[in-house]
Design a protein around this ligand. Sequence first.
Ligand code: VG1
Ligand code: CO
Length: 543
Amino acid sequence: MQIETIATQPIEGQKPGTSGLRKKTPVFQQHHYLENFIQSIWTGIGGIAGKTLVLGGDGRYFNERAAQVVLRMAAASGAARVIVGQDALLSTPAASNLIRKRGTDGGVILSASHNPGGPEEDFGVKFNMPNGGPAPEGVTNKIFEATQSITEYKILEAHDVDLSTPGETTLGDMVVEVVDPVTDYAELMESIFDFDAIRALFKGGFTIRFDAMHAVTGPYAKAILEGTLGAPAGSVVNAKPSPDFGGGHPDPNPIWAKPLMDLMMGPDAPDFGAASDGDGDRNMIVGKGCYVTPSDSLAVLAANATLVPAYAGGLKGVARSMPTSEAVDRVAQSLGIDCFETPTGWKFFGNLLDDGRATLCGEESAGTGSDHVREKDGLWAVLFWLNVLAKRDQPVAELMADHWKTYGRNYYSRHDFEGVDAEAANTLMDELRGKLADLPGTKAGDLTVKAADEFAYDDPVDGSRAEQQGIRLYFEGGERAVLRLSGTGTVGATLRVYLENLVTAPGDLHEDPQKALAPVFAATDEIAGIKTRTGRDAPDVIT
Ligand code: VG1
Ligand code: CO
């Protein structure tokens, strides 16, 4: 087999965003596009000669073709071994686990996560470090720099590797080890949770619907929920990963997981509903007639963590992304542990987890996780909830009511304006940035601005600084709004507006969140000109 050196030149726009490089699939299929980026990863991490990597993806269209390219390029650049999920499948948390468990030098994950998949939809690539977590900005910057100066890449001339059966083969001098994608992950889950308690819960007639949204978590959820834990057959729906996610949008929120929401709000609702995204790192939690916002979910898990064997000794600390509601902050306060506030994106939690400062982390975007891996983990969050419910023997709605009574309720919602003209979105943010200093004291709608700033983060572990991570408006009544532009979209710009308002007992803890937050949106719109700038009357997605 021959190593070919192919001449190439830099391709514009290969800058990794919040979570890797995401583009329309046809962009990735352009001549040299994927190859340039993969070679730049090798350069950015200081070469891969003699290294062992993990490789897998969420099964979307182009997943397996791209995996074959990565394998041939890894072999050509001297990698010793690549551990790859059968059929090139690995959920993101399962990949993170394998990287850690096998002590590898990192891994390549082929996924655009919650973005739709298919010939005309999205594809993505990201690199995870030896700790199992997404490459931090220092590394993604090096990768980006490499994409701007690349002149050639190396690829082995070879046939496709058979990835359909577990076992070892070679590709040139490199070993390719195909593994079952579920086994190691399932073992990890069993080591964390009280499986006996969850088994007893299902045995007692507790019902669940898990919607895998035609994405990668299907096989994991079937094996663990229906197989090991004894949930009735058929509890896991849309369980077969499909290249275009059944034509859907594999984003577990009330809009895209509407069939599940409808079921849970209707007369035939099971006791518990959950869904996961394209690559299995997000989770949605719904009780009978009771949607749990991701921010509340993080707070509930933190408050009940000692019911789970792996966290029985207590939490070292918690961390949340800045736009995530402050619900978990008050739990941390009452537990007497630290609560860290980081920029959006899981890569910012890595150092806190590695350094033993935080045990649980979460994002308002349906991401929750812990130090068991270095990614957010959808199925883990579902099992966490089941473990808590089994121990507390309470329906979700009752548990939430108790939680709010104790800690108060952070009414919370995110309004997304998608596919907005990029220039208009940037102008909106620039103008807002320009007037931040003048805002305190300003009246907007029924509210008055108390403080306004732009979030920057100094990592307490390595001292690195991340700037321009979202604009924050604080109002006199304790309300908060955050505005930032998405870093995972592939068309135009997506403006995210995060709204929050804390109400403590004896205030109304059971109001419709949209109603409770309407004055916050109105004030924010008056200040930032959201509707006029975007030309939209209403958001495309409300979570
Ligand atoms: C979004 C979410 C962020 C999440 C990221 C990756 O980023 O807001 O919280 O970490 O997606 O999640 P952005 O920049 O579009 O707001 V996933 O499941 O798409 O890897
Ligand atoms: Co995801």
